[in-house]
Design a protein around this ligand. Structure first.
Ligand SMILES: O=C(O)CCC(=O)C(=O)O
Length: 261
């Protein structure tokens, strides 16, 4: 794992295999501090406990979702370059919003998130509605590198399993977020420090549990859509490389047979 922005062949192979790339200390200095201070200020002055479930389902600090200091994390911190390399020669639609996800400390009574793939059978949306995208990029703004500190847990290689599931035994409108073998997986905790970033294929299932540490965990996420995603969305659930043209060849030569799922 590196903090480099250029993707090596090994990075691409790992992304095809796991659906995940992690970059340590990708963001640092003023850019990271400004974003952290912005969210901290929001939390101290604008957070409303009555909206905790809505914040958890959608975004904390909704008033700030277009704030330049949050968007700069994506556009000027290296994440946009990583996304570009993963999707090239295709382009992605402008990224104009940030999602803030806070896990409150001391095991606050905050809804947990079971294993899911974003935008499919969301418990708070109509199951027949798809809100998918191509790639998600997240930055740790504050928190501890410990599983129990509200870490995101992801399933490496789960994008292969989910594509099989979507192709064989799923129909638009089904209420289950993931098949039982996926739902039962604990996932791998993202043991991240402020400035660490994760880039994940949209089909990688993930979950989030309670934060029993004393420290608030804050992540900022960006959703990246292939410019033709609206047209490709349903097919992309069944073909994980449809929107990743430069990775299709690599993926063709990779057999996910050794995956535990
Ligand atoms: O809290 C997190 O880090 C991730 C939240 C999540 O999985 C989601 O918003 O879909």
């Amino acid at each position: 794992m590196t903090s480099s922005i250029a993707l090596s062949e090994d990075d691409k192979t790992a992304f095809v295999r796991d659906g995940v790339l992690i970059r340590r200390r990708l963001l640092h200095g003023d850019r990271l501090n400004r974003a952290a201070a912005l969210i901290d200020g929001w939390y101290r002055h604008q957070y409303r406990a009555a909206h905790l479930t809505a914040y958890t389902n959608r975004t904390f600090a909704p008033e700030l979702e277009r704030h330049p200091d949050l968007l700069a994390l994506f556009h000027h911190g290296g994440l946009a370059d990583l996304a570009r390399q993963l999707l090239c020669p295709a382009l992605f639609a402008p990224v104009t919003t940030a999602q803030v996800q806070i896990r409150l400390p001391d095991a606050a009574p905050q809804p947990e998130k079971a294993m899911h793939v974003d935008g499919v059978a969301c418990p708070h949306l109509d199951a027949a509605e798809l809100r998918t995208f191509t790639l998600i990029a997240g930055v740790m703004l504050c928190g501890l590198p410990a599983a129990e500190a509200g870490a995101l847990h992801y399933l490496p290689g789960g994008h292969w399993r989910m594509a099989r599931h979507f192709a064989t035994d799923w129909r638009l409108g089904d209420g289950e977020q993931t098949p039982p073998d996926v739902a039962a997986q604990p996932g791998t905790p993202l043991l991240a420090e402020p400035g660490d970033a994760i880039v994940m294929h949209h089909l990688v299932p993930h979950r989030v549990a309670a934060n029993t540490s004393r420290v608030q965990r804050t992540m900022v996420y960006f959703r990246i859509r292939h410019t033709d995603h609206d047209r490709l969305a349903l097919r992309a659930l069944r073909d994980p490389w449809l929107e990743y043209l430069s990775l299709r060849d690599l993926a063709q030569h990779y057999t996910p047979a050794d995956h535990r799922l």
